[in-house]
Design a protein around this ligand. Structure first.
Ligand SMILES: [Zn+2]
Length: 419
């Protein structure tokens, strides 16, 4: 089947200026032609996008589709099987909001990714970390002072390997287990965090030897590592060990920022995550550990400063939100925070398209609208370059297409017999 989107203003995701009156021809799941003097073929389905903007489907490099901040009684009474249905709803909401691909930074097992690939449920294309490795007492160790451990997939079997690990030898074996469980990336916590009960964002976690073991074992299978890293020492340990993306990155020192720019290490900032923790502090404080509210207050401003410093230094910044902390489907708010932090609207769009596709190792297939790539695209009512905020509104997303198939289409389609 051939579809032609005509008369669109094209933002192709590469960062070049928008191109008016563009025709995009889609054959099956891919873009076959794109250009401004291109005639649609006879019998193509024609979608007229006059006055509208077409851009790549957005990519969020850091979500937790199985994640939700909720009161403690709700969390401990949630069967794992029910979590699957909630995650399916989260996946749909994410796609409804124009995010056609995500990287899940811990929580989603490979069967869930496969369910989306096989068309059983609507959702973004996924790359997954399966779980996130933590040292004992680290950011991923949700053991409370009572001894109760909140991790709800404990004992759920080989699809969700247990995530607490210490020492280079254990780390090696655990990375192998997580890769066996289908991980595309190895995620670990190189520092404490805002939501964890027994550490601070500044604390470093895992020794350089343990991190080196992870990087080595991942690389042996052609994979890379992503580190939750907030404090300076943990960020530094990760970057110099060859970790490919630094998640959150709140207190990087100048030397590490320079090294990230030199190596091409990605920063995935997730500016919106502490904003949501502070909103929950108002609306449902009993869903948070008391220390989390204090920590979110402490990091929120420093986080913005780090973002601007990294931007100025030329660090590759890939879009990520940590949704699962915030509600799924509200991902695009991050774009607004990125623009407030010094990006142009075009830079923010590139961060959520081209750069994000590079960060999740899918740049050959998605991230920009170019001939040969998968047709993951959005038709937007309005100009996101003059108001980036419109991308937050589903009402402005008139067409959401994934692999040539419309997930949502409010535009009229006609058969163009032009002969
Ligand atoms: Zn996260």
């Amino acid at each position: 089947m051939t579809t032609a989107i005509v008369n669109a203003t094209l933002i192709d995701g590469t960062g070049r200026d928008p191109v008016p009156s563009t025709t995009i021809i889609l054959d099956e799941d891919r873009i076959s032609r794109i250009g401004s003097g291109t005639e649609p073929p006879r019998r193509a389905e024609i979608i007229d996008a006059a006055g509208l903007t077409v851009m790549p489907g957005m990519i969020d490099c850091h979500v937790h589709l199985f994640g939700k901040v909720a009161p403690i009684m709700e969390r401990i009474n949630l069967p794992v099987s029910l979590q699957l249905f909630h995650a399916a709803k989260n996946a749909r909401r994410t796609l409804d909001s124009g995010f056609t691909s995500v990287r899940d930074a811990g929580g989603s097992p490979q069967g869930f990714k496969m369910a989306i690939e096989q068309g059983l449920i609507p959702g973004p294309r996924m790359r997954i970390a399966v779980t996130h490795l933590s040292q004992t007492g680290g950011h991923g160790d949700e053991t409370l002072a009572s001894g109760i451990r909140l991790r709800s997939t404990t004992g759920a079997g080989s699809e969700w390997p247990d995530n607490i690990v210490d020492g280079p030898d254990e780390v090696r074996k655990k990375v192998r287990e997580v890769l066996r469980a289908g991980a595309d990336f190895i995620k670990f916590s190189a520092t404490g965090g805002v939501l964890s009960p027994t550490d601070e964002p500044e604390h470093s976690a895992f020794s350089p030897e343990e991190i080196a073991a992870m990087v080595h074992e991942a690389a042996a299978k052609g994979k890379t590592c992503m580190a939750h890293a907030q404090g300076a020492q943990g960020i530094k340990n990760s970057v110099f060990a060859g970790v490919e993306s630094i998640e959150h990155c709140i207190y990087p020192d100048d030397e590490t920022i320079a090294e990230m720019a030199k190596r091409g290490t990605f920063m995935v900032p997730t500016l919106v995550a502490p904003v949501w923790v502070l909103r929950y502090a108002e609306t449902m404080p009993d869903s948070l550990h008391p220390s989390s509210i204090r920590k979110a207050r402490e990091v929120a401003d420093d986080h913005k400063v780090a973002f601007s410093r990294a931007l100025d230094a030329g660090v590759r910044i890939a879009f990520g939100t940590d949704q699962g902390v915030g509600p799924h489907g509200r991902n695009a708010e991050e774009l607004l925070l990125m623009v407030q932090g010094g990006m142009s609207p075009m830079q923010a769009i590139v961060s959520a398209t081209k750069t994000a596709s590079e960060c999740i190792h899918m740049a050959d297939e998605i991230g920009t609208l170019q001939e040969g790539k998968l047709a993951d695209l959005l038709v937007v009512d309005g100009d996101p370059l003059s108001d980036i905020g419109i991308l937050r509104s589903r009402d402005h997303l008139l067409l959401i297409m994934q692999g040539g198939k419309p997930h949502k289409n409010l535009l009229e389609t006609r058969t163009g017999v032009t002969a």
